[in-house]
Design a protein around this ligand. Structure first.
Ligand code: NAD
Length: 500
């Protein structure tokens, strides 16, 4: 089993999981996956193609009717069993995530322990999907709605939190009676394939959950194009999201797009400064800046600007950089080589545009580095909101600091962005907190906290940060069609050429 094998030093092989079987790719081709901390290849990943995509979608499609018509409480029981199995294996899953994406063990083990709760929450909702009886303005008519599963849902995930982001899709989709074809990131496929061993152990009917691996524009696009795919639930960059959306549009398919961000963290002069410093740091350096909700723009009120920045630099400068598996490490590597190069490129652009680098600013090769993809926690001051570093998503440990004087100025800058995923407000004035929450155009607003998330609450973006919501009660309806049923209780021979 992959779950046992990953601990050994040998190279692991990652294959597709289709129709309840682990299968080698039809092309016989594999590509290498790197451990970002050591920079060494640790896995070979099946390179899927259109044949594999087709096989996975056909298998899912064959399973769709029986899964969709299973008693909802029975579907719920499968999800409860899955949650229990996750509890037993969360430790191994976390270790695989760390080998694959280099995020801190502390962060990933928190995630893999928590995902079981998503499955329990949606397990409980499976038999609470109710339609309604609608009092229409027509005589002798009973009109009611019922909700039905969409069918085959393609789930495409990024490398930063593979299992958590898959769970946001898979738990509500399965509870609602859909079947899944999953395509994890080519950089981090191991944890999703290991997760298929848990799906197998629970005994889901073959074809209900399938995973294929490979490159997005290859097998990812083939899945999306398949006529039997009804919906694409995608998490990734806005660049890829746009391609996915365009293709989905040509097939008139449902989408949920969870995309990038350039979230502002706004610190007012009346904030609890210690709490704000901790919140700002957790927003940008906790996962080496590789979260969609990274608070990558720090908007600082000018009256506290210098003293706040000085303390922030002190605390960030003391962060321990190194092996993500060690509990004492605060900042690990970035996850992929292209991402590593991109982050360093953005640092150079910021310098060239006149931002002042007050911490870090390059590759980290100090104690704890073994030659992997390590970037120093980096802070720029004297940024303007029109600089590249304040407009584009870096997805790395790089913070752009921008001063402001008035509330209006802060909110204008917060909203002057192509994105609208999250925002933080640090203030001790409750009125200001509410006003900020209503004025900022973003899917999530945190006041005096940052990065808080739960299965109970909706998550998603405004503008280029996405379409649709994951989490909470309503997310299950994102995986359902609504049908309106009209029953005439007193049939008549009214004029057939006139609309009733
Ligand atoms: P990415 O867009 O490069 O890749 C995401 C997934 O899409 C991968 O599985 C990839 O193979 C696939 N893909 C890429 N091009 C495709 C195509 N043309 N057709 C089909 N599939 C395709 O993103 P990434 O670099 O893996 O992840 C980082 C991005 O994800 C960041 O922009 C980040 O903000 C975003 N993200 C958003 C959220 C959110 O919930 N809003 C959460 C995490 C990450």
């Amino acid at each position: 089993m992959l779950l046992n094998k990953f601990k050994a030093s040998e190279l692991i092989e990652i294959n597709h999981y289709i129709g309840g079987q682990f299968q080698i790719p039809s092309s016989g081709e594999y590509f290498d996956s790197e451990d970002p901390y050591t920079g060494q290849v640790w896995a070979r990943v099946a390179r899927g193609n259109n044949n594999d995509a087709n096989l996975a979608v056909e298998n899912a499609s064959r399973a769709a009717d029986s899964w969709g018509s299973l008693k909802p409480s029975e579907r719920g029981r499968f999800l409860y069993r899955l949650a229990d199995v996750i509890d037993r294996h969360s430790e191994e899953l976390a270790q695989i995530e760390v080998r694959d994406n280099g995020k801190l063990y502390a962060e990933m083990s928190g995630q893999t322990r928590y995902i079981a709760e998503w499955y329990r929450y949606y397990a409980g909702l499976a038999d609470k999907i109710e339609g309604s009886v609608i009092p229409t303005d027509k005589h002798n008519i009973l009109n009611y709605t019922q909700h039905e599963p969409l069918g085959v849902v393609a789930m495409i995930t990024p490398w930063n939190s593979p299992l958590l982001l898959l769970t946001w899709k898979l738990a509500p989709a399965l509870a609602a009676g859909n079947v899944a074809v999953i395509k994890p990131s080519e950089f981090t496929s191991a944890s999703t394939i290991a997760f298929m061993e848990l799906i197998d152990a629970v005994g889901f009917p073959p074809g209900v959950v399938n995973t294929v691996t490979g490159y997005g524009p290859e097998i990812g696009m083939e899945i999306i194009k398949h006529p039997k795919v009804a919906k694409i639930a995608f998490t990734g960059s806005d660049y890829s999201g746009q391609k996915v959306y365009e293709q989905a549009a040509s097939g008139i398919k449902h989408v949920c797009l969870e995309l990038g961000g350039k979230s502002p963290n706004i610190v007012f002069e009346d904030a609890n400064i210690d709490a704000a410093i901790a919140g700002v740091l957790s927003g940008i350096f906790a996962a080496s800046g590789q979260t969609c909700i990274a608070g990558s723009r720090l908007l600082l009120q000018r009256s506290i600007h210098d003293q706040f920045l000085e303390r922030l630099i002190d605390v960030a400068g003391a962060a321990r950089i190194g092996n993500p598996m060690l509990p004492e490490t605060n900042v690990g590597p970035v996850a992929t080589r292209p991402q590593f190069e991109k982050v360093l490129r953005y640092i150079k652009i910021a310098q060239a545009e006149g931002a002042q680098c007050v911490l870090g600013g390059g590759v980290y090769d100090g104690p704890g580095s073994v030659g992997g993809l390590m970037v120093q926690p980096t802070i720029f001051s004297n940024c303007r909101n029109d600089m590249t570093i304040a407009r584009e998503e870096v997805f790395g440990p790089v913070l752009a600091t921008i001063p402001f004087d008035t509330e209006d100025e802060a909110y204008d800058m917060a909203n002057d962005s192509a994105y609208g995923l999250g925002a933080g407000i640090w203030t001790s004035d409750i009125g200001r907190a509410h006003e900020g929450a209503s004025r900022i155009k973003a899917g999530t607003i945190w006041v005096n906290t940052y990065r808080a998330l739960s299965y109970t609450s909706p998550f998603g973006g405004y503008k280029r940060s996405g379409i649709g919501r994951e989490g909470g009660l309503k997310a299950i309806y994102e995986y359902l069609e609504t049908k309106s049923v009209w029953i005439c209780t007193k049939p008549s021979t009214a004029d057939p050429f006139v609309m009733r």
